[in-house]
Design a binder for this molecule. Sequence first.
Ligand code: NAP
Length: 432
Amino acid sequence: MRVAVVGAGPSGIYAAEHLASQYQVEVDVFDTLPVPFGLVRYGVAPDHFSIRSVRDKLAQTFENPLVRFRGNVTIGRDLTAQDLHDHYDAVVYTYGASLDRELGIPGEDHPMSIAATAFVRWYTGHPDAADFGDQLSRATEVCVVGLGNVAIDVTRILIKPASELMQTDIPQHVLDSLARSSVKKVHVVGRRGPANATFTTKELKELGEIPGVDVIVNAKDIPSDREFASGGSKIVARNLDVMSEWATRKVSNEKSIEFHFFSAPDALDLDRGILRVKEMEIDENGRLSPTGSVNELQSDLVVRSIGYRGEGLYGLPFDHVSNVIPNSEGSITGLESSYVAGWIKRGPSGIIGTNKKDAVSCVNLLVQEHKGGQKSSAGNIDQLLADRGVRFIDFQGWNRIDAREKELGASRGRERTSIHEREELIRIGLGA
Ligand code: NAP
């Protein structure tokens, strides 16, 4: 059996690993980017060393001769879904959710209003990222909208002294821009309260450990009965403990992070440096409604961190309401021998480990449903790519990029420096 996997992020690599090691299946893993690892490289913050090190474990999968990496190949452009179905016995789609979501309020299209997805792409060195160095040199106060882990990552990268990021693999031009940044204050803006936030305690606590930065929480926002407010969730209870301790701290530094709970963005007036928010309240059933009060927050730049969104792929069904590929337990609805795992299956939630479970159960189903025999039309996919003039990067190509990034880092006293230009990655990957 030969299987194609679309997307070389954690879900795709976990699926390939299980197919090859458990069932001795040949797997080709395609990615639109010249490098593998998906969100482990282009989502996890550069200063989260232990989560980023998952990359080493994922890389081992490609050392199995049954598994091949085919980077710089866009499915839907270089190869169609039909091409894959003609060449493989089954296809597993794991291409994630890379689009941003919008607030749908006036002023959102201002150049000083950006999506966290784009900002994360920039600081991780994604080849398609816009450059936000200019915005950071013009902003003193930034509003980050959202109370999830991405909002926490963005806040930390915005306010952390650049010197603290020296030992990360952050691209050099990003590190230089962060060193020149004029940001002194980050407002974290959430429409609900501290007990409703989706960030986790380890990530939250890191904000209180940044040298030279105060964290400001208004004591009146912390519920008086913290145990009741946590509703039995240990994470919420721990988050409330952390924030209630912050509410007692004195402010002494020039830089700060301030939380604004029960504040729903209403309009952006960024020519005047203002984010207008509506004050909200929550009833005992968790329903959110405006109190009628409106506040203005100083904001030169707004980063909306309100979640990721998946997109459809030509030739596959797509649910435009939940932005996922419709499926039953990972088997794509109405399409034979087609499976889905990860964020494009269930939406953008969970930790990296969640994708392992997801990928393993998807692969078990694929093998169980496989009717036997090999595709008679299975031909040489590399030949087809060559005929179409597609320069694909294999795993040896990634090893060359990996070595070059380490060399580049060493030349600047750093362990590694990520290369962010697509053509440069392709050139190195091809050994040119
Ligand atoms: P998220 O956890 O779903 O958070 C999205 C936030 O946006 C929520 O606070 C949500 O508030 C808010 N929001 C949505 N629509 C809004 C609107 N119209 N107005 C105001 N606020 C709005 O998503 P995420 O932060 O993008 O993270 C995605 C996944 O990656 C999560 O599973 C996360 O844990 C994971 N992740 C993990 C790490 C880590 O472990 N270190 C790092 C980054 C990401 P409501 O709750 O009110 O809807």
